[in-house]
Structures are given as structure tokens and as C-alpha cells.
Design a protein around this ligand. Structure first.
Ligand SMILES: *Cc1c(COP(=O)(O)O)cnc(C)c1O
Length: 458
């Protein structure tokens, strides 16, 4: 259309156009996400029961299904200005390479040292811990982005930070570990001898290379047994999705500024935090009947919690010490096959994203890792940014949708979340470049043991 405004390569909001409130999509959901349950009583977790684990304000945010907007404290707004607003990029080069009539945009969250969107929630969680006068926080990290983000946030607020890092990553990603230590965090490979649950898991599975679920158990135990510490989690929880709504709110504001209406919104899904944050304002409009969008969650075929999981109450961790969450899950015992390189390996999914999916407000697709890395390379070569493997799941589907437009001639507007950069994932890129990367899709029989371990909750 000749009336189309001249859209810049990058849309940056002014600092005074940045959101000053987070948006809680739960307030507008007709079917609320199911509550966390106490694994002993199977009753919904109360404020008092969650207080020993999480900071008070974060418990309030976790339990609040009614308040649509939360003010972002000024100190967090100030910190955000160090690396936000993040640009909404028009992928002109990719469109040209694909020769598609589709208009492609991506929201780039990788422009900070942690290399991902995780800093958006890390700084909020550290802030509330500091406000409460705590000494420090504990957490787990897999590939290391969350641990890095939290280390940065803790050093900013002068809090102690103890990170349990999945052992295989601790050994294979020494640089991530050193970034965390540079920001003052202490990093322990998990499972470790430092916790009871770690010792138990090591006794049962000697030589195990660890898992996220196991590192979570250790971090929770450490937090609850140390005075002045709380546990923080980088994804899955509703409070994290709330903080990550900054991604979607900025995206929406940037689109609105140029009268752009998205047709398709795409995000990769591990625990669901970037996806939940990106889509919140869009799905909110969809629920209220104000606009319609196709919203697509993309997950690895090797860890297909939405597309092949069960919607059931499950443990969030391997040690089974956390509350139960109702989510699309492969079972807390599920571990993706050893050749899986691309992150997004958590067995479950945010309860908010799970409910939206169950209500058919969003779709989900799974993709295999070699096609994900092919998309990553294609993107890197034309758009310049070297994407994280996790983010590249979204790139894959954005490219696929743009190629469909090429066939039909439709000029759809596609928006996807580019959650981070892949500089610490060069071992995986190397495998792909050497032609040694393989795909493995679990069989139904592979998934059975995970499902068999689901707790019995009606
Ligand atoms: C952690 C991470 C993800 C996946 O986590 P979600 O909670 O599903 O967003 C995706 N991309 C990057 C770069 C990450 O660091």
C-alpha cells in the first residue's frame, strides 16, 4: 500500500514512552491458571506457606490473579534504562532474502551482558529481596543465562548470590560460570554434596550430569536452610511472566506508534517466560475481543511439553520439594536426549501459558534442532545478530510463516521474540557446522516413564 508509513529498520521508544507498569494477563483470563498446591495437603499454597521460599512481595504477585497492572518501582525503571528500551527491528534483510511479501519484525532482548531477556525479571526479584532486608538469594541455572542475569542484578543491589549450575553446563560452559563469578556470585555444580537432596540424588544416580529440576531442588533447600535467604526462579512462575510483560508492552507500544497491526506473534517456549511476557498484551486484547492474533509457541521436538505433554499437576523439581503446579508437562523425571543442544529443556510449562494453550488462545508447534540451527545461520548471515539456539526456534517458525506468505502472496505482519544471543553456544554451532548435529524425537515409549511419575491429584 502506498499509504504505508516509512517504517525504520529499528523502532526505539523514547525513555519517556517506556512502560511504567507491568501487565498481569491473569486478571483478564476467564479461566484462571490453576493454583500451586501444597504437595502434602494438596490444598492451594497460601501466602504464609510460600513466605519461607520467596520474598513477600513476589509471593503477593504470584498469588494475584486480579490486579491487571503493577507499578514498576522507580529503581527498577532506572535499571531498565541501562539496557532498555530494546529495539523492535524490521527484518528488511531477512524479508529480502526470503523474497516474501510478509513483513517481519523481531523484538531483540539480547543487548545486555546476560545476553537474554532474563535480566528483566532478575532485577525485579533482586530489588524485592533487597527491600525486604534479605542477605541473599539462591537459584539454579542450566545453560547459564539466568544465573548470569541474576548475578548482575545481585551485584547492583549488593546481595549475595548462590547459583546451582547443572553439572554438564558447569563443565561445558566455563565462560558463563566465570561471567557469574565476575559479578560476585558463587557457582556450585549440581547435584552437589552441599545439600541433602543433592547427596540423595548423587547416591541414587552416581555420575549423573544433573538437570534443571535437580538444581532447583538444591537451590530451594539452600534458601530455606540459610537465614536471610530466599529462592528465586528465572522462568515458569507467574511473577516472572508479569515482569517479562515489559517485552510485550514495549513491542505493542512500538507497533502502535507506527499503526502496525500484527497478524502473527511467535515466541520460543522453555518455561514460558519470554513467550508469556511477549504475548500478554496481545492475548489480553484477544480475550477482551479488541483484536485478533495468531499466537504461536515454539518448542523443541526433543522436549515437547505443550505439543505432547499432559495437562496435569506435577512437581516443578526433581527432588519433589517444591509446590505442585498444573501445567503441560512431560513429568519431572523427563530428561531430553543427550544430543539435544538447543536449550528449552524444562519438563513443564508456565501455568499461565498452559491455561492459555488449553483454552486455544494460543497454538504450539515443535521443531527439530537441525532445522532450528539452519534458521539461526540464515538469520545471522542476513540480519547480523548471532542468535541464541533458544531464540532460533522462533526464527524457524517466523521464516516458515513468511515462506507460506510467499506462496499465497499474503502480506502478513509477523512479530517474533528474539530472546538472546548465542556467543556461549558455539559448541552447538560447531556441531551443526561440522554436520554432526542430529535430531531425536522421543517415542511414545520414551515419554511413558515421565508420565508414570506424575503425582496422583484429582
Ligand atoms: C532462558 C531462555 C529462554 C527460555 O526461557 P523462557 O522462560 O521460556 O523464556 C529463551 N531464550 C533465551 C535466550 C533464554 O536465555
Amino acid at each position: 500500500m502506498s499509504t504505508e508509513k516509512n517504517i525504520p529498520y529499528k523502532i526505539y521508544l523514547e525513555e519517556n514512552e517506556m512502560p511504567t507498569q507491568w501487565y498481569n494477563v491473569r486478571a483478564d483470563m476467564k479461566n484462571k491458571p490453576a493454583p500451586l498446591l501444597n504437595p502434602g495437603t494438596l490444598k492451594p499454597m497460601t501466602f504464609e506457606e510460600l513466605r519461607p521460599v520467596f520474598c513477600d512481595e513476589l509471593v503477593r504477585q504470584e498469588l494475584d490473579n486480579d490486579t491487571a497492572y503493577f507499578d514498576i518501582p522507580q529503581e527498577i525503571q532506572d535499571f531498565y534504562k541501562m539496557y532498555r528500551p530494546s529495539p523492535l527491528v524490521r527484518a528488511y534483510f531477512l524479508e529480502k532474502a526470503l523474497d516474501t511479501p510478509a513483513k517481519i519484525y523481531y523484538k531483540f532482548e539480547g543487548n545486555n551482558t546476560s545476553g537474554s531477556h532474563k535480566l528483566n525479571s532478575a532485577i525485579a526479584q533482586a530489588y524485592y529481596a533487597k527491600k525486604q532486608g534479605l542477605t541473599g538469594v539462591t537459584t539454579e541455572t542450566g545453560a547459564g543465562q539466568w544465573g548470569t542475569a541474576l548475578s548482575m542484578a545481585c551485584s547492583y543491589f549488593d546481595l549475595d548470590c548462590k547459583v546451582y549450575m547443572v553439572k554438564v553446563s558447569y563443565e561445558q560452559k566455563p565462560f558463563r560460570r566465570e561471567v557469574m563469578r565476575t559479578y560476585g556470585a558463587s557457582v556450585t555444580p549440581s547435584p552437589s554434596e552441599t545439600t541433602e537432596v543433592g547427596r540423595r540424588i548423587l547416591a541414587e544416580h552416581p555420575g549423573t550430569s544433573g538437570s534443571l529440576g535437580c538444581a532447583i531442588s538444591e537451590a530451594v533447600e539452600a534458601a530455606t536452610s540459610l537465614d536471610g535467604y530466599r529462592y528465586v526462579l528465572g522462568s515458569v512462575l507467574s511473577q516472572v511472566l508479569l515482569h517479562q510483560s515489559i517485552i510485550g508492552l514495549e513491542t505493542k507500544a512500538a507497533l502502535d506508534k507506527y499503526d502496525i497491526k500484527a497478524d502473527i506473534v511467535i515466541g520460543c517456549a522453555g518455561g514460558g517466560s519470554n513467550l508469556g511476557g511477549l504475548i500478554s498484551p496481545f492475548v489480553g486484547q484477544k480475550i477482551k475481543g479488541e483484536a485478533d492474533y495468531r499466537i504461536i509457541a515454539v518448542e523443541p521436538a526433543s522436549c515437547p511439553s505443550l505439543t505432547r505433554g499432559r495437562y496435569a499437576y506435577d512437581f516443578c523439581d526433581t527432588g519433589m520439594i517444591c509446590p505442585l503446579a498444573k501445567m503441560y508437562t512431560l513429568g519431572s523425571g523427563f530428561i531430553p536426549s543427550a544430543n539435544h543442544a538447543g536449550g528449552l529443556r524444562y519438563h513443564g510449562m508456565s501455568s499461565v501459558v498452559s491455561q492459555l494453550y488449553d483454552d486455544k488462545l494460543i497454538e504450539a508447534v515443535s521443531v527439530e534442532q537441525t532445522e532450528v540451527f539452519a534458521a539461526a545461520e540464515q538469520f545471522a548471515r542476513v540480519e547480523g545478530i548471532l542468535p541464541a539456539p533458544e531464540s532460533s526456534h522462533a526464527i524457524r517458525v517466523a521464516i516458515d510463516e513468511a515462506l507460506k506468505c510467499k506462496e499465497t502472496g499474503e502480506e502478513k505482519t509477523i512479530v517474533f521474540g528474539l530472546t538472546g544471543t548465542g556467543y556461549f553456544d558455539m559448541v552447538a554451532y560447531g556441531k551443526y557446522n561440522d554436520g554432526e548435529m542430529t535430531d531425536y524425537i522421543p517415542t511414545d515409549a520414551d515419554l511413558e516413564p515421565g508420565f508414570a511419575g506424575l503425582p496422583n491429584v484429582d
